[in-house]
Design a protein around this ligand. Sequence first.
Ligand code: BTN
Length: 229
Amino acid sequence: MDSTNEVAKAVLAEGAAPWTVVVAEKQVEGKGRFGRRWASPRGGLYLSVILQEDLSRLPIISLVGGLAVVDALRALGVEATLKWPNDVLVGRAKVAGVLAEGVVGLEAYWAILGIGINSDFALDALPRRIRLETTTLRQELGKRIDNDALLETVLESLREDYPAVGAEKRAIARYREMCSTLGKNVTVETATGVVEGRASGVNDSGFLLVETKKGYVVEVADGSIQREG
Ligand code: BTN
């Protein structure tokens, strides 16, 4: 496929049921956050889940996507954590990413929850410039990974972690437990500039709280952490 998120949008336009899942063995136009590319060689697991959602819940749903991957990987024995908002790390290396997109339909709002896991390929299948900061499940576990079984585990975790309307606080509380960004000094690139300081929390809306040197707290709704230390 070009991108499972794009195929999911096309499927949705034809009239898909909530929780329809689009899965690819390989993508040639895999999309990352902020218009980046997502390298998607054969052996990775690439999926998009079509969810009927209020657009106001999109930030939370995108965090829950990351949380579900962390839970699935922990069930396999991989000590994964979350780098805010939804990069999945093992140590400092990225093993999975999440791209949630909102779609306004005629009668409802939808969220396309795209998940990419570097699962069953060798690191040299990736572009050289990202190899140092990336890992794969095959590398971490030292064995081949069954992507069909992994897909089932990820979807099970997602169904379990998915918050009912009104139950978002509990999901965020679990997210905080898995978030390795908290307590670190961060440099966050946002649409309106760079924020630097200590990541002191995640609020109930899923925003990152950054305590700056001057002592005030900035609430970052969306951004990309350039440095964590
Ligand atoms: C990121 O970390 O920047 C997000 C990466 C999201 C990649 C997944 S792979 C499945 C889905 N389809 C895409 O084109 N992107 C997401």
